[in-house]
Design a protein around this ligand. Sequence first.
Ligand code: ZN
Length: 351
Amino acid sequence: MPDTETGREPDFQLVSAMFFKKYKDYILGRYRDASDGYRFHELLRSNGFARDLYNSSRRLCTIYDNGDWHSKVLETLDLELIYANVDKMPKKKEEEYTDNLVKELLRYFKRDFFKWCDKPDCDNCGPGSSKNQESAGVVGPNADESKYDCGVVELYKCKNCGTITRFPRYNDPIKLLETRKGRCGEWANLFTLILKSFGLGTRYVWNREDHVWNEYYSPYLERWVHLDSCEQSFDQPYIYAINWNKSMSYCIAYSSDTVIDVSKRYILKNQLPRDQISEDDLQFFCSYVTKQLRSSMSDDELYKLACRDNLEQLEWFPKGTGDNLSQTKTEGVGRQSGSADWKQQRGEHGK
Ligand SMILES: [Zn+2]
């Protein structure tokens, strides 16, 4: 509509520039405001769940930014094979290259590199003997095992020869490059480091009901994409709730610059009670830790990430009638990793 005094169309570019300037100031002001430290410390003091999340963030947001580790990963993986396979994959735009790289890394990791391990083979009987193993409890790590950030060691007794075999659950991802076996914890841990080693935007996602996986920021799709290395799964965030029929309460993602509640991406049904912390406190907790992680960034970097965060939140607004569910019904396959018995015990054997 023409301006009544000048008779000219208002200059929308100027108006939107003013709006974005004010918006940017508002966002940066929120990041630079340090007045909420007291609330954060009170929250950590009074809420065990917040303390657990905070302790996890101190590990998961920082350990993977390690140049020596990245070099180790790149020396160990078969880069020639990986890049040859990526070059063969079709792509519509140049930006799709990293999606293809991630898909190939998922394939390589599951098919050629890492092994799922419900029970280890017997040390004495060798390959193929895991079926004779029965659980003989857990113990702490010995001196050698504890060098590699080992929490517990599972013991297995062979029904064939009586030998006790140790299965140390290592958390040191470099040790996992050598052992190349484990369950979802080991898979997600090493896969996080692999993605980081290729310079990709990477998150480690923790689910309270005993599963972990990854997300990667796709420059092609311009959003965070679900990845599950155990399942060789790319962009299928519905697999847990729908395909596995898994019940969940919280899914929290960690990266070097963010802690965020991503539950809405994954918990499409079978929602368990979220009674560990108030929703408001959880949101406050995530933004506070995120603010800390971003404290040394420039204004422009901060603003860019804040806009990306806001776009991500928009993904979770309801889009009408059960979009997320209907797309999944035809694609359903159950959990791929783990034996039938093991999945049954966990209630993750699908419908
Ligand atoms: Zn044996």
